[in-house]
Design a protein around this ligand. Sequence first.
Ligand SMILES: Nc1ncnc2c1ncn2[C@@H]1O[C@H](COP(=O)(O)OP(=O)(O)OP(=O)(O)O)[C@@H](O)[C@H]1O
Ligand SMILES: [Mg+2]
Length: 368
Amino acid sequence: MPFLHLDGLAKRFGTTAVLADFSLTVERGEILALLGPSGSGKTTALRLVAGFETPDAGRIVVAGDDVTALAPARRRFGMVFQHYALFPHLDVGDNVAFGLAELPAAERGARVAETLALVGLAGLERRRVDQISGGQQQRVALARALAPEPRVLLLDEPMSNLDPTLRERTRRELQATLRRIGITTLLVTHEQEEAFALGDRVAVLQAGHLQQVAAPRELYTRPATRFVATFVGRASVLGGEATDAGGAPLTVTLPRGDGTTVAWPAARPPGELAPSSHAAVDLRAVDLVLRPESLELAPAASALTLPATVLEARFLGTGTLLVVQLAGAAGAGTLEVLAAPDVAAAVGDQVYVQPRLQGLLPFAFPRS
Ligand SMILES: Nc1ncnc2c1ncn2[C@@H]1O[C@H](COP(=O)(O)OP(=O)(O)OP(=O)(O)O)[C@@H](O)[C@H]1O
Ligand SMILES: [Mg+2]
């Protein structure tokens, strides 16, 4: 049985459905990252779980207890808010002691000291919260959430107020702390890198609908929807026609600028594409989603290549990321290609792009 079970949650504000049929399970001790663009409903989901909002439908069950109707404090969940919401008039120690009113004073002091040590802020009790750094404020907010020993920790964009150099270090420290305590965590973020670095699994939310819940590698290599394929990781999209050859990989025919076509392999087998009632249809419109590392430059034109012009070349160390403009039809797409680091392609060069036939093949999705 999962430790935390969100079962069919729904929430509207006025006429807008912000979350629909939102179901998710989190195992004991698991870190689950809820990833989605701004406005997709992440904070709303977390506020429902915490009890600051009431769902229109669905249940929240923790360790077998239905807590849907319980007040926030009685759920024994800890929450770190998107903007920390520390009490500016209280010092660090009193902020952390906030949820400990029922403990005897001596125990309370010991728990505050213990929790501050846990987040690397030992001895900072009497410091004013406006006299510590942003990274330290984040850790005070974390300590305040952890001090009452919650059953579940809810984190809303825990790194968003930190500058990029602090982010990576703070992320490592946060992960180490969560692992050490072994606390079940639901973490909200709009950054894929953060979700991948921290989440045992990642749940992708788009406009209030969960798209896929999977481990990072699975999300990246087997995205369930076109949205997941393009939101998670870098990707370019080309429109083409899928030929149902009855086997994998599926072949997708793409137009070249000069009126000819090129046939590229794609990873998605035809069975997944075919609408069940049209299983025998031969050709269908698809969007081919290509990761930069699924493409390469060919030395010369061939039956597999698309001609293009280099718009941008960015040396990354591990490779050179090229943005190329496909030749031909006006407004035709651009592609991102991860070329070998020693490829000397400069802006304005004519190049030939082909799919790599080993490794991650492109994905084909029914045209939306
Ligand atoms: N109290 C409210 N009343 C009306 N609409 C709301 C309310 N709270 C949120 N919304 C709307 O619900 C949608 C989802 O908001 P939410 O804050 O959950 O998004 P989010 O995914 O956390 O975004 P961000 O990444 O920007 O924090 C938005 O369109 C927002 O405007
Ligand atoms: Mg939010």
